[in-house]
Design a protein around this ligand. Structure first.
Ligand code: ATP
Ligand code: MG
Length: 344
């Protein structure tokens, strides 16, 4: 095994996983689909990074690309994904298997399809433990019971012998979390971990992830289209639109001062956050199909502030120097105007 031996724990806030200009393209009959088109973000130890955006913007494909779970072909990757400096894109498949479920774990969007229906939940957790760690069958099963207890499943000694269909949706989601955490991963990627659950259980699951993160010092990527979940659980947020990062900021900053017209529209579409009305606003227009994307800002067709330039050129990401990053010509021009006023 070539994975590094157990490494010193990182202090909270230190960079753990760096996604660097990641591109994931699919070859299809309709042309090349650029599902992830130059995304960069950093996951830090003990911190939660939220990734938000409408359906189809590339949140899941980014996550699956990090773990190299996208089938290639039809997919292909460019860019780097560095786990404590090691570029995962350069590892062999064998080395990658030592990373998945062990150093980087993922809670998948579909709990029922990612649990094996013919194995008891205990066996599934135990097999993951045995795959990555030296443990006898009995020790691994004992670990499974401990994990079920950790995720607050009542009567874990009995539940460990049950099959997924015998559990409620909320419990299955807890089993998914137990499975993801069984090997004490450094990074947990949670893809819509609570979308299918009712609000009370949703809050419990988010609390649980937060508590375990504190205990284990994990870096967490929280993928969601729900800004309420972001406000509740994230330290920093990446907003994606049509395969690109369009804005990134600390969570408080993003809610205080959303800059990108898309982020603003997203916030206005949230009933609880909208100041003007409790009614849910729809963002007019549709996300362009990925193979239809041409030059220019992908949001221009739906944007009230779009100008000629937005349809011709793709706005680059830029920052005012406070760690709030945005890709929008309208915002950048405003910055330039403000700077000119100050110096005048
Ligand atoms: N194997 C594939 N071949 C072609 N296109 C694909 C493939 N897998 C994903 N895509 C496309 O990539 C884009 C991004 O998909 P992705 O699943 O990452 O969206 P998402 O942001 O996770 O959406 P949701 O919120 O619905 O989960 C979509 O347009 C999708 O159709
Ligand atoms: Mg998804």
């Amino acid at each position: 095994m070539t994975t590094p031996m157990s490494q010193a724990t990182l202090a909270p806030g230190e960079p753990l996983l760096e996604v660097d200009n990641l591109r994931t393209y699919f070859s299809t009959l309709a042309g090349t689909v650029r599902s992830v088109d130059g995304v960069s973000y950093t996951v830090r130890a003990g911190r939660t990074l939220g990734v938000v955006g409408e359906s189809g913007c590339g949140k899941s494909v980014t996550a699956l690309s990090i773990l190299r779970l996208v089938p290639t072909p039809p997919g292909r990757h460019m860019g780097a994904v560095r786990l404590r400096g090691t570029d995962l894109m350069q590892l062999s498949e064998r080395e990658m298997r030592q990373i998945r479920g062990n150093r980087i774990s993922m809670i998948f969007q579909e709990p029922m399809t990612s649990l094996n229906p013919v194995l008891t939940v205990g066996r599934q957790i135990a097999e993951t433990v045995q795959l990555h760690q030296k443990a006898s069958r009995a020790e691994a099963l004992q670990r499974a019971v401990e994990m079920l207890r950790l995720v607050q499943i009542p009567e874990p000694e009995r539940r460990v012998n049950e099959y997924p269909h015998q559990l409620s949706g909320g419990m299955r989601q807890r089993v998914m979390i137990a499975l993801a955490l069984a090997c004490n991963p450094e990074v947990l990627i949670a893809d819509e971990p609570t979308t299918a659950l009712d609000v009370t259980i949703q809050a419990q699951i988010l609390d649980l992830i937060k508590r375990l993160q504190k205990e284990l010092g994990m870096g967490v990527v929280m993928i969601t289209h729900d800004l309420g979940v972001v406000a509740e659980s994230c330290d920093r947020v990446v907003v994606m639109y049509a395969g690109k990062k369009v804005e990134e900021a600390d969570v408080v900053d993003l809610f205080d001062r959303p800059l990108h017209p898309y982020t603003r529209a997203l916030m206005a579409s949230m009933p609880a956050m909208s100041t003007s009305s409790a009614r849910l606003h729809e963002i007019p227009g549709m996300v362009p199909a990925a193979h239809e994307l041409g030059r220019g800002c992908a949001f221009a067709a739906r944007c009230a502030q779009a100008r000629e330039r937005c349809r011709r050129e793709t706005p680059p990401l830029s920052t005012q120097g406070d760690g709030h990053v945005v890709a929008c010509f309208a915002v950048q021009e405003q910055w330039t105007d403000e700077a000119a006023e100050v110096s005048a």
